[in-house]
Design a protein around this ligand. Structure first.
Ligand SMILES: NC(=O)c1ccc[n+]([C@@H]2O[C@H](COP(=O)([O-])OP(=O)(O)OC[C@H]3O[C@@H](n4cnc5c(N)ncnc54)[C@H](O)[C@@H]3O)[C@@H](O)[C@H]2O)c1
Ligand SMILES: [Zn+2]
Length: 350
């Protein structure tokens, strides 16, 4: 299978990057950062970038994944004389990669860009596969394009400065990749009885990326199998948005982790997944992420959020469900009763 874009794992970041930078004069190189990646990650590449290269710094946080930030970056590039021979390097987590890739895909009808993801989640997920975008009108990733990077450079030591919550958020997407596409990776994950550690997470990155690369390389525009990457996300996105509205801290990966319990139960209810696999998934999520209790009065709002998910057509809830560990089906029709039953299956009286 032809890969849609290269992903490289240089032993030294310098050597990995040098060959790409050599093709561009210093003043044509732009590096997009936020305040954290400027502090923790930029120093690792600054000796490779000439004084005439420009650093663009935007504010971190999902609320800044906005049209205002996009306009700020466009303006910066325009004022600094960027043109189609310029290179944009996205040095950051999923937000920087999504924003920078969108800018690169639209500025002067497209300039080349590199992703250097610096969070676990962006290494295994957001930086891979050429989806770009920003939030608009209160909706996540409402505006976006498909546009491939020149390459994605994976340098795992960057995750050393992430906090626990960010590490676990990325780990949830690794679990998802294992569940939809790699039973061997899942074995490694469930055999880990101890708390996650950075070296253990390092050891999962490459296989996790391979699952995503294989899927996006065969269905770039998400007409079919790429939808399997939404496993855990129908319930997960609803939980994430609902909690955001209530001011409850719920990082994306945690919501997806809980979403995977619910959706595995639903797959079992629909006779698509066996009981043993469901129990294994549930135990593994709870071991790492703890419990999350959903109250009965939340069922309606959660269901509405699922229906509003833009991936659903004509008020029909179609969902991606695994049928065994390592394989996923897409476009499974579900009913309101299925969703309520699933939520109720985990209801515990206090
Ligand atoms: N395009 C896609 O296919 C795709 C897939 C999955 C997720 N996403 C998007 O990715 C975003 C989430 O990405 P994320 O989880 O990486 O969050 P993020 O980009 O917000 O990064 C999390 C936090 O970590 C900080 N940070 C980044 N690297 C650091 C480092 N090495 N050391 C210390 N701090 C660091 C950031 O400044 C930020 O505060 C969401 O907006 C989501 O929609 C996109
Ligand atoms: Zn996700």
């Amino acid at each position: 299978m032809k890969k849609i874009h290269p992903v490289v794992f240089p032993a030294r970041l310098e050597t990995g990057l040098q060959s790409y930078l050599a093709a561009y004069p210093g003043d044509k190189i732009f590096v997009l950062t936020d305040e954290n990646t400027r502090k923790y990650c930029l120093p690792r590449i600054s000796n490779l970038i000439s004084n005439s290269s420009r650093i663009i710094q935007v504010k971190s946080g999902e609320k800044n994944k906005s049209s205002d930030t996009i306009i700020y970056i466009w303006e910066f590039l325009r004022k600094q004389g960027a043109d189609r021979k310029s290179l944009l390097i996205n040095l950051g987590g999923g937000i920087i990669c999504d924003l920078g890739a969108f800018v690169a895909s639209t500025f002067k009808r497209g300039i080349p860009y590199l992703n250097i993801p610096t969070t676990l989640l962006s290494m295994v997920d957001a930086a891979i596969g050429g989806k770009t975008g920003f939030n608009f009108g209160g909706l996540k990733n409402e505006i976006g394009t498909y546009c491939l990077p020149q390459t994605v450079i994976i340098y795992p030591p960057f995750i050393g400065s992430l906090d626990r919550e960010q590490l676990y958020s990325g780990f949830a997407e690794i679990m998802k990749h294992a569940l939809i596409g790699d039973a061997g990776l899942w074995k490694k994950i469930i055999n880990r009885r101890k708390e996650l550690s950075v070296p253990f997470l390092f050891s999962l990155i490459r296989e996790s990326i391979e699952v995503k690369m294989k899927i996006v390389s065969s269905d770039f525009h998400e007409k079919g199998i790429r939808k399997s990457l939404n496993f855990g996300h129908t319930f997960g996105h609803a939980i994430e948005s609902f909690c955001a509205g209530k001011g409850i801290n719920m990082p994306h990966g945690y919501a997806v982790a809980y979403g995977m319990i619910y959706e595995s139960w639903l797959a079992k209810k629909l006779h698509r997944l066996n009981e043993r696999s469901f129990l294994e998934i549930k135990e593994c999520v709870i071991r790492h992420f703890g419990h999350f209790q959903i109250e009965r009065k939340w069922y309606g709002p959660l269901y509405d959020l699922m229906l509003h998910d833009k991936k659903n057509d004509n008020n029909k809830l179609k969902i991606s469900l695994i049928n065994k560990i390592g394989a996923c089906d897409i476009n499974i029709n579900t009913t309101k009763t299925d969703i309520y039953d699933t939520l109720a299956a985990f209801y515990k009286k206090k």
